[in-house]
Design a protein around this ligand. Structure first.
Ligand SMILES: C=C(O[C@@H]1C=C(C(=O)O)C=C[C@H]1O)C(=O)O
Length: 367
C-alpha cells in the first residue's frame, strides 16, 4: 500500500477553514473582467482566486486561454485584493511562468492527470518549490491513476497536496456534464484520509442549476472545499458560459449551505450505536446468504460440467434481472442499485462456476 506524505496547505496569514472556497472565472479573458470578478469575490470574503490562463480544449479552434499575458492580471488581483491566486498548469513552461508571477497555488487539470508523462513533467518542474498543488481527478474513473499523480508530486518533494473532484467523462449523456461517481472520491478518502478533497460543482454539473445541490452533497460527504467558477458577466464568458455564475449567486449558494459536523464526537451515542449494531447484524446475514448462494452456483457448475452445458444461461439471467428489478421497485428500492448488485452477483456466480469446471477438468486430466 502506498504511503503519501501530506501536509496541510499553508497560505501565509490565512486560516483554512471548511469549506475552503476557491473561485474565479473559468478563463481570464481580459484584465478588466479578471479584476472586476476578483474584486467582487474579495468583497464577499473569498480568499483564493482561480483563473485559467492555458485552457486544454477538446477540439481545436475554441478559446484556448490568453496565455502568459494573463499572469500580470493575476498579479494585480493579488496586489489589489490580497487574495491568493491559482492557475492550472499542464507542462514545465506553465510552472516556470506561474512561479515568475507569484502564483500561490497550482492545479493539475483532469486531462493532464490522466497522462503520467505530463504529471511527471510538472512534478519535475516543481522540484524544490514549496507550493500547494491541487490534483484534479483524471477524466477517466481510475483511482489508481489519481493516486499515481499524488505519488509523482510527493516524490518531487511536494507535500501540500489536495484533490479536486471534478467528475468523470462518460460517453452517455446524463444530467451531469461529468458524472460525479462519488464512490471514487469516497474511496480516496477511505484510503488517504489526510488528503483534503475539494469538489468542483461547475465541471460536474456543467450548468448553473445543479451547482447548489452538488455543493451540499460534497459538504454532506464531509469533503473540505469547493472550487466554483464565477464570472462578472457569465452569459458573455468566452469558455464554459453555461456553468459560470456571478459572485452574487455564489454568495447566495454559500449562505444557504448547511454545514454539518464531520466527526460524531461527543453527541449522545446510544441511538447511533444501536442502529449500527442492527446494520452489523444485517450485513452478517447478507454475507451468510451470499455464501449460501455461491455454494448453490458451484453445485450448478458441477451439474453443467457433467452435462456439458455452458455456464451463461442468458434467458434465465434475463428472467432473474427482470424479476429482481420489479421486486426492488415494489419494495421502493432504487432499481439501478439493485440491478448493479445482481449484475455483480451474476458475475461472481459465473466466476465460481468457471472455477468449479476448471477444477473438475484438472481432476480428470490428473487421473
Ligand atoms: C446459476 C446459473 O448460472 C448462471 C448464473 C446465474 C445466477 O447466478 O443466478 C444465472 C444464470 C446463468 O447465467 C444457472 O444457470 O442457473
Amino acid at each position: 500500500m502506498s504511503q503519501l506524505k501530506i501536509e496541510p496547505i499553508r497560505l501565509p496569514g490565512l486560516e483554512l477553514k471548511r469549506p475552503i472556497i476557491i473561485s474565479g472565472p473559468c478563463s481570464a479573458e481580459t484584465e478588466e473582467q479578471t479584476l472586476n470578478t476578483a474584486q467582487q469575490l474579495s468583497d464577499m470574503g473569498v480568499k483564493i482566486f482561480r483563473a485559467g490562463i492555458w485552457k486544454p480544449r477538446t477540439r481545436p479552434g475554441a478559446f484556448e486561454g490568453v496565455g502568459s499575458i494573463g499572469l500580470p492580471w493575476l498579479k494585480r488581483v493579488k496586489e489589489e485584493t490580497g487574495m491568493f491566486i491559482g492557475v492550472e498548469v499542464a507542462n514545465a513552461h506553465h510552472v516556470y511562468e506561474a512561479i515568475k508571477y507569484g502564483v500561490d497555488i497550482m492545479w493539475i487539470g483532469a486531462r493532464t492527470s490522466a497522462n503520467p508523462f505530463a504529471v511527471q513533467e510538472v512534478a519535475d518542474a516543481l522540484k524544490g518549490i514549496d507550493i500547494p498543488v491541487l490534483v484534479k481527478n483524471p477524466v477517466n474513473p481510475d483511482l489508481e491513476l489519481w493516486i499515481g499523480a499524488f505519488e509523482r508530486l510527493n516524490n518531487a518533494g511536494i507535500t501540500q497536496l489536495a484533490a479536486i473532484h471534478r467528475g468523470f467523462s462518460t460517453y452517455d449523456k446524463s444530467e451531469f456534464r461529468n458524472h460525479p461517481q462519488w464512490q471514487i472520491p469516497i474511496e480516496l478518502r477511505r484510503r488517504f484520509p489526510e488528503i483534503p478533497i475539494i469538489t468542483d460543482p461547475s465541471h460536474i454539473g456543467g450548468k448553473r442549476s445543479l451547482i447548489a445541490e452538488i455543493c451540499q452533497e460534497a459538504m454532506d460527504l464531509s469533503f473540505d472545499g469547493l472550487i466554483i467558477e464565477t464570472h462578472c458577466n457569465p452569459d458573455k464568458a468566452w469558455s464554459d458560459a453555461s456553468q459560470q455564475i456571478t459572485p452574487e449567486t455564489l454568495k447566495g449558494i454559500l449562505d444557504n449551505l448547511v454545514l454539518r459536523r464531520p466527526k460524531i464526537g461527543d453527541t449522545p451515542r446510544n441511538t447511533l450505536d444501536e442502529l449500527r449494531k442492527q446494520i452489523d447484524k444485517l450485513d452478517n446475514q447478507l454475507l451468510d446468504i451470499l455464501k449460501e448462494r455461491m455454494k448453490i452456483s458451484e453445485a450448478i457448475g458441477r451439474y453443467k460440467y457433467e452435462n456439458n452445458i455452458t455456464i451463461l444461461q442468458a434467458r434465465r439471467y434475463d428472467e432473474i434481472m427482470n424479476d429482481r428489478k420489479a421486486k426492488a421497485e415494489s419494495r421502493s428500492l432504487n432499481a439501478d442499485f439493485v440491478t448493479e448488485i445482481f449484475e455483480s452477483i451474476h458475475e461472481e456466480s459465473i466466476r465460481c462456476q468457471s472455477a468449479v469446471m476448471n477444477k473438475e477438468l484438472k481432476k480428470k486430466e490428473d487421473n
